[in-house]
Design a protein around this ligand. Structure first.
Ligand SMILES: Cc1cc2nc3c(=O)[nH]c(=O)nc-3n(C[C@H](O)[C@H](O)[C@H](O)COP(=O)(O)OP(=O)(O)OC[C@H]3O[C@@H](n4cnc5c(N)ncnc54)[C@H](O)[C@@H]3O)c2cc1C
Length: 378
């Protein structure tokens, strides 16, 4: 893959830079999760009005139809300008591409546009108390009742559910079929009595994810995606978009943290300690390797139209880098880094979940070994 920008890509970057300079949303509100989320939703609305929300989405679905390279430039420029990530991230990165790949024309017409404008927020109802890595063993049940499906079960770790209108829900529709074959994929309206959302308190002090208790919730048959019994294949599309997207989306944040750490090391003079300089150079190199590996993954998407298992590698690399950077920041800055008014204390604690969310590192290593490197299973 040629990583030199073409004239067109340079123009795209310059236009975006000018737009970001003129439209930057300013400082993030601190200390109130609801206000912070509303601020990121507002930011996505502004991006959408400027035609920048669905950069990687095809024009026919309201996106900009950018090439993959331009999409990569988009995320890099967001990072460079220290702009926030859009509020409806799960809609943009997961629900939208899944509906584009598997949805009916009616589903595309109905759901895609409000994802872009952030009028309807999305969450991902996959994990359950007894089904995380082994997702296919999930037990939430969907039973057909006339034109509806009736849903009963429990989901957990459902990020952003407290703000969501829609949920990508995987449920079991056939209890006799082999476990991967008995699943179906639904678009569930969260605003109904049968769906109770209970935020979980995290060690960061925030509650970004939730438990979902689903009791006789109803989903119209029209909201089934990809056909009955095909939920595993549809869910894989969501997961592959999640892993490749997460690495691109979130490496932006890691680079900002690294920049902050370089800033601190410079201001405090600690950068002159060769051990510190060596460590920081190591992080910088890893961030560059991650960026270039994520770019290489684009070649796969160009070839097959969908992200492949390589996304597992970048997601694993990103999570380990983010944990190492935040831990080193705490070591270097010392006790002030872990007081409640330092953003490093949040970053340090939040990073613990990075090697779990979107697939644990052990699972991702298995995927890289078997599906990228072609190593034997045992
Ligand atoms: C911040 C955060 C946000 C999340 N957001 C969402 C969300 O929005 N929606 C959603 O559906 N889920 C979400 N999750 C859940 C996440 O996908 C699961 O936590 C993850 O898949 C792991 O499942 P588990 O927690 O049940 O752990 P388990 O699957 O029980 O794993 C426990 C341990 O065993 C290891 N292990 C399991 N199987 C194997 C194996 N075959 N080989 C080697 N090791 C193995 C794991 O690596 C792990 O260390 C989120 C999680 C976090 C931390």
């Amino acid at each position: 893959m040629d990583l030199t920008f073409s004239e067109e890509e340079t123009e795209f970057r310059d236009e975006l830079r000018a737009w970001l300079d003129a439209n930057h949303p300013g400082e993030e509100p601190v200390g109130d999760e609801n206000a912070e989320f509303a601020w990121r939703v507002e930011w996505q609305r502004r991006l959408n009005e400027g035609g920048w929300a669905g950069v990687h989405w095809p024009v026919e679905y309201g996106g900009r139809g950018a090439t993959l390279m331009q999409s990569a430039i988009f995320f890099e420029e967001l990072g460079r300008s220290r702009s926030p990530l859009p509020g409806n991230g799960l809609g943009l990165l997961l629900a939208g591409p899944t509906i584009m790949a598997w949805g009916t024309d009616e589903q595309k017409d109905r759901y895609l546009n409000p994802i872009l404008s952030a009028e309807e927020i999305w969450c991902q109802g996959f994990s359950e108390p007894e089904a995380g890595s082994d997702l296919a063993s999930l037990k939430t049940k969907a039973v057909r009742d006339g034109d509806d499906w009736v849903i009963n079960g429990q989901k957990v770790w459902t990020s952003a559910a407290q703000w969501s209108k829609w949920c990508m829900l995987v449920a079991r529709t056939d209890f006799d079929a082999p476990k991967h074959k008995g699943l179906s994929y639904f678009l569930m309206d969260m605003e109904q009595e049968g769906v109770q959302v209970r935020p979980l308190k995290q060690m960061t002090g925030g509650s970004e994810f939730n438990e979902l208790f689903i009791e006789d919730a109803r989903i119209p048959h029209d909201n089934l995606v990809g056909g009955e019994g095909n939920g595993w294949m549809v869910a894989l599309t969501t997961l592959m978009n999640e892993r490749s997207g997460l690495a691109f989306f979130l490496q932006v944040r890691t680079r900002q943290l690294l920049e902050d750490l370089f800033g601190y090391a410079n201001e405090s003079g600690k950068i002159h300690d060769p051990c510190v300089a060596d460590k920081l150079a190591g992080f910088y190199t890893r961030a560059e390797v991650l960026r270039l590996t994520a770019y290489r993954g684009l070649t796969q998407i160009e070839r097959y139209g969908q992200p492949g298992p390589e996304g597992a590698l970048t997601k694993w690399m990103w999570s380990s880098l983010n944990q190492d950077v935040t831990q080193y920041a705490a070591d270097l800055i010392g006790p002030e880094a872990v007081t409640s008014d330092s953003h490093w204390s949040y970053e340090l604690m939040r990073a613990r979940g990075n090697t779990i969310e979107g697939g644990t590192s052990e699972i991702l290593k298995n995927i890289v070994a078997e599906r990228v490197l072609g190593l034997p299973r045992k």
